[in-house]
Design a protein around this ligand. Structure first.
Ligand code: G3P
Ligand code: MG
Length: 396
């Protein structure tokens, strides 16, 4: 049935009034709409109902690995619903903004980690980055950088590796490949190689691959900042330790890779001495944290980015009339208390929009007697259809 919305119906002579709701939805994908690539029951029909009812929604995922245009095409066919990039935010979508502005990374040499094949490089280049290197490029030019996995690694990486802009040149470091920012766009497929290469860059002297600087991360030095020796910034796109894939138990996500990297970083930094190498550090200095930036749900940067995209999408849907019915509530429907619900609960909208977390039982979250979700939602519902029914009831 069509929901009664807090709206002002606008009579137009040719068409029936299009009510403008003062609420909207943000749907998580993995564990709410899809399990890996398979639609979850009632997901398609629920989105189709919302489109028929002209109730705005966006898809907000910590997933990624392909360009937004490619993924919305895939999602449109899987969910049998027309979608476009104006209603879609992936984990790495906000990285596109780093191409612009005073500190633009557009032409800087960046390392992009994660995803299948060369897809994430394609995404970065479509965002506008012009000088993108991947671990595959480094491995194919210097296979000795990671002693394991030959020859199958070679046959895999050869398919999409490109020549490096500069070789790794330990004998004349200033001429060596210099990485100026590191991005993890999607879940790494080769944790060993990717972790080693990211670590090499973060322990290097000013991003010069093949150099080692014991200064990085050593709090014992005077300026106890993390960027002791010009380390390049390190960006992660998704904090998810776990996510709901095909297997019945949740799987490690990009957050698992980051925790593994940080564990090795702490172990190395703790034992690093002034001379570099493996000498044990005599002062038992607490291992410093790895300097990094993490975006994705639950972080404010991603919710703010998603809210802006939702408002633009809503304006495009209703035109100038949208301003007469300001958006007041966004129902964030997710399966992960730590990303979807925590993000909705903690996000402070500059527009006074109330983000409300609705937790489904179709993904990471599992009911356990005597246990509540690690972040309390407005309601726990069986699936995405029940979440929309809950919200419509609240707005009827
Ligand atoms: O890699 C995807 C996973 O981290 C979860 O994605 O759609 O549940 O935010 P999603
Ligand atoms: Mg999910």
């Amino acid at each position: 049935s069509r929901p009664r919305c807090h709206t002002r119906a606008f009579q137009s002579d040719s068409k029936p009034p299009v009510p403008i709701p003062d609420f909207a939805f943000a749907f998580d994908i993995d564990g709410v709409l899809l399990r890996s690539a398979k639609p979850i029951p009632h997901a398609a029909e629920t989105l189709q109902f919302l489109q028929r009812s002209t109730i705005p929604f966006i898809l907000l995922t910590n997933g990624g690995g392909k360009h937004e245009s490619e993924r919305v095409q895939d999602l449109s066919s899987r969910l049998s619903i027309p979608l476009d990039t104006s209603m879609f935010v992936q984990s790495h979508t906000p990285f596109a903004e780093l191409v612009h502005g005073a500190n633009s990374l557009k032409n800087k040499c960046i390392l992009v980690v994660g995803g299948e094949g060369g897809h994430c490089r394609d995404v970065a280049e479509k965002y506008g980055f012009t000088n993108v290197v991947t671990p595959a490029d480094i491995y194919m030019a210097h296979p000795e950088i990671w002693p394991f996995g030959r020859p199958f690694k070679d046959s895999y990486y050869r398919q999409f590796a490109r020549p490096l802009p500069k070789p790794i040149n330990p004998s004349s470091p200033e001429e060596s490949l210099k990485i100026e920012a590191v991005f993890v766009y999607n879940d790494p497929r080769d944790w060993g190689l990717d972790l080693q290469i990211v670590l090499d860059v973060m322990l290097s002297h000013r991003g010069l691959v093949g150099t080692y600087s014991s200064k990085n991360g050593d709090r014992s030095l005077p300026n106890s900042g993390y960027l002791q020796d010009g380390q390049p910034p390190l960006y992660f796109s998704n904090p998810d330790l776990l996510w709901a894939a095909d297997y019945h138990l949740s799987r490690l996500g990009q957050g698992g890779f980051r925790e593994a990297l940080e564990g090795v970083w702490r172990a190395l930094a703790k034992n690093a001495s002034g001379g570099g190498g493996d000498d044990r550090d005599g002062n038992g200095q607490a291992a410093p944290e790895l300097y990094k930036t993490i975006i994705g749900k639950p972080f404010e940067a991603t919710y703010s980015f998603a809210e802006k995209r939702l408002l633009r999408h809503r304006d495009a849907l209703f035109g100038s009339r949208a301003q007469h019915v300001p958006l007041k509530r966004v129902y964030m429907v997710g399966d992960n208390p730590e990303s979807d619900i925590r993000g909705a609960t903690t996000y402070q909208s500059p527009h006074g929009i109330d983000w409300i977390g609705l937790l489904t039982r179709t993904g990471v979250y599992k009911d356990r007697a005597g246990h509540r979700p690690t972040c309390e939602p407005r309601a726990i519902v069986d699936d995405v259809r029940a979440a929309v029914q809950y919200a419509l009831k609240e707005n009827s």
